[in-house]
Write a protein that binds this ligand. Structure first.
Ligand code: ZN
Length: 133
């Protein structure tokens, strides 16, 4: 298992990118994930990457997060080999998942979020790469 990416909520990719651009990092690409109402900007960083998350509308999870808390750290994503098995283990341990089934994430991955109430305040994402990625 490893950290797949760290998700950072930004009002705009351009604004959110600025401090990383100054440090010499570059946006490797962007992708829209309509199912999650988010436009993602990828910043590769060694074996992991930062993902800047720009809302595609106010009524999206990131849009609502920005309204309540402003920009900042949003979630940590762990890469897993078998997301359904990981979800079962979490469920059996009484943890609260935000969806019953894996959802489509960026890069063709299957993803699932674990509610912060179950993880000491960290919004945790699990991601399983697929052949599409
Ligand atoms: Zn993510």
């Amino acid at each position: 298992m490893k950290v797949d990416h760290i998700g950072i909520a930004v009002r705009s990719l351009k604004e959110g990118l600025e401090p990383y651009r100054v440090l010499g990092l570059e946006l490797a690409g962007t992708e829209e994930v309509p199912g999650q109402g988010v436009r993602v900007g990828f910043l590769p960083l060694g074996e992991t990457r930062l993902e800047l998350l720009e809302p595609m509308g106010e009524d999206s999870p990131i849009g609502r997060h920005l309204e309540r808390r402003g920009p900042g750290l949003h979630h940590i994503c762990l890469r897993v080999d078998d997301i359904r098995a990981s979800m079962s283990r979490l469920r059996e341990a009484g943890m609260r998942l935000l969806s019953d089934e894996p959802q489509a994430g960026a890069h063709g991955c299957l993803v699932c979020f674990v509610h912060p109430a179950s993880t000491g305040g960290v919004l945790l994402e699990l991601s399983q790469p697929t052949d599409e990625g």
